[in-house]
Ligand binder design. Structure first.
Ligand SMILES: *Cc1c(COP(=O)(O)O)cnc(C)c1O
Length: 386
């Protein structure tokens, strides 16, 4: 028997409570029981997003609501600014150009957050742009972007801020209304601890105004129609009932812990992971602005020919599933995730498997070193166990 452990940035592990609720016989969605539950989910989500706006529950993955944001805000030929610091920033550019928008892309070096001075200059040179599209956490490089500052910059130039918070929402502090973020979105299989298939998106008043004049084609993802349905406590199409039931349970768990406590737990898990890999002499890809959700680690130069083997050995030999790098980062980094249904002992497990895998490949490892560094952090922050 090989026990397996999931430490990937989506899907993330699903709590037993969520699984057992989701496999119960399905209620029909036009019943009082489901409507009561959906009303509660809608309230939970407003607290999660820190917004008074309606958070729309859509049956799709995260990319679906990224596309929905573009299709509902703009018209063909309009200009948008995208922040491309990795795979997901690139996705903003691809969706936007796919819809016939004019894309001004701000390229950010892998492992770095966008430079606000540079972004300001691009914005000033493109005053006719309608929006800035960016990630709060760029999952492919393990970078945290300055969401609050980007939203403020967009506001200053009367542009919309469109934030992919898919590995940020529920992981670290984000305040949609107070920070004046115009569009915020996440997906269920990330910090919300449910299987893939549910995505969430909210628009500010300014974003809804933009939606009034948007002429891009849309039907399934027509968010105005979806909002009307939500205000009647329904969805425009058949909802993903079992996932919404799972989300109801997961949101209860998040609120039992307390959102602020969840942020603190994620922060300690991230600190311990970083301390662990550094204790092995490894370097992080994101030095200055690492994400609380995922730690991207550079493959040491002595193992560069075997870079892809680190996650492979961890998975195949030791049962610990992590992710490697994508595209030009393939074989150059590996990524350890530490959010959602994740506690200190998951980090201990992941670091143990990392030590074993590195040693297998001939990298000099003093066993216990990374685990020891992590345990020191956990022993000083014992509230992360509760
Ligand atoms: C996971 C993720 C997405 C969405 O990916 P899907 O596979 O469509 O759910 C988008 N942005 C970021 C930053 C992500 O981590």
């Amino acid at each position: 028997m090989k026990k397996s452990y999931l430490l990937t940035p989506g899907p993330t592990p699903i709590p037993e409570r969520v699984i057992s609720r989701s496999i119960a016989p399905l209620p029909h969605h036009r019943t009082a029981a489901f409507e009561t539950l959906f009303a509660e989910v809608r309230l939970h989500l407003k607290r999660l997003f820190k917004t008074e706006q309606e958070v729309l529950v859509i049956a799709s993955t995260g990319t679906g609501v990224m596309e929905a944001a573009v299709a509902n805000l703009f018209s063909a030929g309009e200009k948008v600014i995208t922040v491309n610091g990795g795979k997901f920033g690139e996705r903003w550019s691809k969706i936007s150009s796919g819809y016939g928008l004019q894309v001004i892309e701000v390229r950010v070096e892998n492992g770095h957050a966008v430079d606000l001075v540079q972004l300001d200059a691009v914005v000033q040179a493109n005053r006719d742009a309608k929006a800035i599209l960016f990630q709060a956490s760029e999952t492919s490089t393990g970078v945290m972007m300055p969401t609050r500052e980007i939203a403020a910059l967009a506001r200053k130039y009367q542009m919309l801020s469109v934030c992919d918070a898919i590995t940020a929402c529920g992981v670290f502090e984000l305040q949609m209304d107070a920070w004046e973020i115009d569009v915020l979105m996440t997906a269920g299989q990330k910090a919300l601890m449910i299987p893939p298939g549910l995505a969430l998106i909210a628009f500010s008043d300014r974003a809804w105004q933009a939606a009034e004049s948007s002429k891009l084609p849309k039907f399934y993802f027509d968010l105005k129609r979806e909002k009307k349905a939500h205000l009647k406590n329904q969805t425009a199409w058949t909802p993903a009932i079992s996932l919404i039931i799972g989300l109801h349970e997961a949101m209860k768990m998040i609120e039992e812990e307390g959102l602020e406590n969840a942020y603190k737990r994620h922060e300690i898990l991230a600190q311990a992971t970083r301390a662990g890999v550094q204790a092995l002499g490894l370097e992080m890809l994101a030095q200055k602005s690492p994400s609380t959700a995922v730690t991207a680690v550079k493959v040491p130069s002595s193992l560069l020919n075997d870079g892809k083997k680190i996650p492979k050995i961890m998975r195949e030999k030791f049962g610990v599933i992590i992710t490697g790098g994508q595209d030009e980062l393939e074989g150059k980094i590996f990524r350890l995730s530490h959010f959602g249904y994740c506690g200190p002992f998951d980090i201990v497990t992941a670091l143990s498997a990392l030590e074993l895998a590195l040693a297998d490949l001939g990298y000099p490892v003093e066993h216990g070193k990374s685990v020891g560094a992590a345990l020191q952090i956990f022993s000083k922050n014992q509230n992360c166990f509760s």
